[in-house]
Write a protein that binds this ligand. Structure first.
Ligand code: F6R
Length: 610
């Protein structure tokens, strides 16, 4: 989703802004731009396409300035085009915006009537003209911003500058993330701290309703009514290199290969002597969980697949009733939440608008005993608004396609499930120790699969001519199949669907022929024989099978059947471990097809608008 960078310093800020935008590329965007205040007043450069195109435009006609704002735009209102790219400007004012101004049409009509001319179809341009209108009436930029914010309906992170006030930059946050970077004699802003790591490791995370005024020498945070706010300065331990590709060609492979470490980090310090430590949910968790009798999980996309896997675990192992649903559906229905519910949201970014609104919606029910978030971003809105946060220690995920976030979410969900299973008396100490040992084995099993990367690359070649694919699984492997299908479609643009294997004969079998590869995840377990029967149904119709199965599960390579031998796992590790070859398969098909693997078309990393 859109990315914002801003800087005020005693040196030229344009290289800082361009590097910041590069570091936000992972969020997904289709145009980029910047505005600087220099000797010739307000100057803008904007370009459709990659940040590199903007950097080229700037190199062709360099700008030197101590104050500037920059933006990567993911189109919502109006096509990707230079006129719609941010920053948007009125006479001396320039604005960058992440979010959506819902009442922009009414504001636009009013401004047109007042004589302001619009050059774009965006919702954001109204903000520039509203500010200019206030400034023309005699307000300072700060007064103008405080005056117009109550008029804006919707969500925003805003950075604004005025050529007539070259010594400050203003920020405002409501519904979209914004972080302030604290330097020595210079200050910065960005939608993600990662963008600013080359210039500072000290950050202030703005809260809902915060406005900030940044000067080279300092900053102030306040609300629209002028009340001053104190926010803690946090020091990040991330090195600027944490967001580099290292020896990998894409962030997606880097992040796939980071999974053994990410899983181990997510588990570290949370188990001891075959027990999950209650302290891993924080000091207040014990009291909050004491009354929990139901679990309700809400998330989007890949994170929702993690929730779907966990539902099997919560019910089969912990014997706790569990519902899972998409945040975008939950937030607009009138749900009946069961009494004494642990409401779990799952999100890599912690900023997904639908998930955040779902949490706020759930909070209206007195039946929510506690809100727990499983998240990879410690300073995110979801973490702040939940009672308990269990962090996945996956490290920054830059590829738009989520990989290590998913498997570490599964690890974290397994920990929560085990705590509840112990509490409900569904497992004894011996069984808990057995399940904890399974989790501890996950990093090694994942490594075993990663070691077979070359074989998956070869298999990917055989899929290159296919336009469609069907993924099958049963039980907790059904959402794993869904995750495999999602990965394939988003990075390689191959149409892929996932079905619970038992559903095949209720419709999708009609699609099966030699052009429809059927990809099955079939670990050993109670459902293996059922899956085998379903796969026979595919073979009998001439369908080509690719089966990811335990080496001892009884599948053999034969014409029309390719078998990929998986390590022997267990109930808690299989969903984690079987996800790995599906991620690699999607990756290799995408690379062979030449797609933009890390930033697939039309997609954004952190979906901060609904
Ligand atoms: C797919 C993907 C998305 C996200 C979804 C939720 O690879 O990354 O489906 O999982 O947008 O994002 P988070 O987890 O940040 O809430």
């Amino acid at each position: 989703m859109c990315g914002i960078v801003g800087a005020i310093a005693q040196r030229n800020v344009s290289p800082i802004l361009i590097e910041g935008l590069r570091r936000l590329e992972y969020r997904g965007y289709d145009s980029a731009g910047l505005a600087l205040v220099g000797d010739n007043g307000l100057q803008r450069r904007r370009a459709v396409g990659k940040v590199a195109a903007l950097a080229d435009a700037l190199a062709a006609s360099p700008l030197d300035s101590r104050l500037g704002i920059a933006h990567t735009r993911w189109a919502t209102h109006g096509v990707p085009a230079e006129r719609n790219s941010h920053p948007h400007a009125s006479r001396t004012v320039a604005v960058v915006h992440n979010g959506i101004i819902e009442n922009h049409e009414a504001l636009r009509t009013r401004l047109i009537d007042a004589g302001y001319a619009f050059e774009s179809e965006t919702d954001t341009e109204v903000v520039a003209h509203l500010l200019q209108q206030q400034i023309d009436a005699g307000s300072s930029l700060r007064q103008a911003l405080c005056a117009i914010l109550p008029e804006l309906r919707g969500a925003y992170a805003l950075a604004v500058i005025d050529a007539n006030s070259p010594d400050h930059l203003l920020l405002a946050r409501k519904g979209s993330p914004l972080v302030l970077g604290v330097g020595i004699g210079e200050h910065f802003a960005a939608s993600d701290a990662l963008a600013l790591l080359p210039v500072t490791n000290r950050f202030v995370y703005l809260e809902e309703g915060d406005i900030a005024e940044l000067r080279a020498s300092g900053y102030e945070i306040f609300t629209a009514d002028g009340t001053m706010q104190q926010r803690p300065v946090r020091t990040s331990t991330l090195s600027p290199d944490a967001v580099d590709k290292g020896p990998y060609r894409h962030f997606m492979t880097k992040e796939i290969f980071e999974q053994p470490v990410a899983l181990a980090q997510t588990l570290q310090g949370r188990t001891a002597h075959g027990r999950v430590l209650e302290a891993c949910l924080g000091p207040q968790a014990e009291a909050l969980l004491a009354r929990v009798r139901n679990v309700h999980i809400v998330a989007c996309g890949t994170s929702s697949h993690a929730g779907m896997v966990a539902r099997y675990w919560f019910e089969q192992i912990a014997r706790v009733p569990c519902q899972v649903e998409l945040a975008s559906e939950f937030r607009y229905r009138n749900p009946v939440i069961a009494p004494d519910t642990l409401f779990i949201t799952i999100s890599q970014s912690g900023e997904t608008a639908d998930t955040l609104e779902a949490l706020r919606h759930a909070r209206q029910s007195a039946n929510v005993a506690a809100a727990l978030v499983i998240c990879n971003a410690p300073e995110s809105s979801l973490v702040r608004e939940s009672d308990i946060a269990l962090m996945t220690h996956a490290g920054p995920e830059r590829s738009v396609a989520s990989t290590k976030a998913f498997t570490t979410q599964l690890m974290a969900l397994a920990l929560v499930m085990l705590l509840m299973a112990r509490r409900s008396g569904a497992i004894d100490a011996e069984r808990e120790a057995e399940l904890v040992a399974q989790l501890e084995a996950a990093p090694r099993l994942v490594e075993d699969v990663l070691a077979q990367n070359d074989r998956i690359r070869q298999i990917a070649e055989s899929l290159l001519t296919k336009q469609n694919a069907l993924f099958l699984g049963r039980g907790p492997m059904w959402p794993v199949a869904m995750e495999g299908a999602l990965k394939l479609k988003e990075v390689s643009y191959v149409h892929a669907e996932a079905y619970a294997a038992g559903e095949l004969k209720h419709g999708p079998l009609a699609l099966v022929d030699e052009d429809m590869p059927v990809i099955a995840v079939a670990p050993r377990g109670d459902l293996l024989d059922k899956v085998k029967s379903n796969l026979q149904e595919v073979r009998a119709r001439g369908g080509e099978l690719l089966v990811f199965a335990d080496a001892e599960a009884g599948f053999r390579d034969e014409p029309g059947v390719t078998v990929f031998g998986m390590p022997h796992g267990a109930e808690l590790t299989d969903p984690i471990v079987y996800t790995i070859p599906l991620q690699l398969l999607a990756y290799h098909v995408a690379v062979l097809k030449g797609t933009d693997v890390d930033q697939p078309r039309n997609l954004a990393k952190s979906v901060t608008v609904e």
